[in-house]
Design a protein around this ligand. Sequence first.
Ligand code: AMP
Length: 204
Amino acid sequence: MHVIFFGPPGAGKGTQAKIIEERYGLKQLSTGDMLRAERASGSDLGNRVSALMDAGALVPDEVVIEMIANHIDSDACKKGAIFDGFPRTVAQAEALDEMLAQRGKKIDMVLELKVDDSEIIKRIEKRAAEEGRTDDNIEALKNRLAAYRDYASKVLPYYKSRPVRFDTVDGQQSVADVTKALTSLLDGQKGGNGQKAQHNGGPQ
Ligand code: AMP
């Protein structure tokens, strides 16, 4: 199963992806985590994207598309993947669809986590104190929220116009309740879709 977790910074995508990864054996593929790892390693790529990340701007499509392409065939992704923070542009979404189609696979579900801006600001302030991410400051956060609104207004309609299951979950609930909502949707999809082995043409 291939699932996209979509939502603003601080919506809980990473937290939930890690829980779902364990429970379902799906691999969390977070382009944000991959980029932070590149940066921490001091690679050329990491240095190139560092300023964009600090400013809360998107890095070039080719960079993140290649990162996903480098992981999609790994053993860890055998049962499927949770895309966390990817795709953020229609070009990325198209590249992902193509990448999966070439492998006889597809996106099975898009799950949007909805959280109010005021709650996001509270959460990011807390994360800044705990983790010290260099893009978790108010200026960068404003940019990331603006970037989110912009790309959500393009990427969400892309998926809504495709034959893919789309659901929205209230991300303001407790972590446990969000997990419950997500697992019930995922279980419904697994059962309702007759498990694996079919490519497309499922309902909606
Ligand atoms: P995240 O941890 O997902 O919030 O990502 C942190 C930062 O990494 C973002 O603010 C962007 O600068 C960059 N980034 C992560 N994923 C993507 C993506 N799919 N497309 C472009 N930039 C990304």
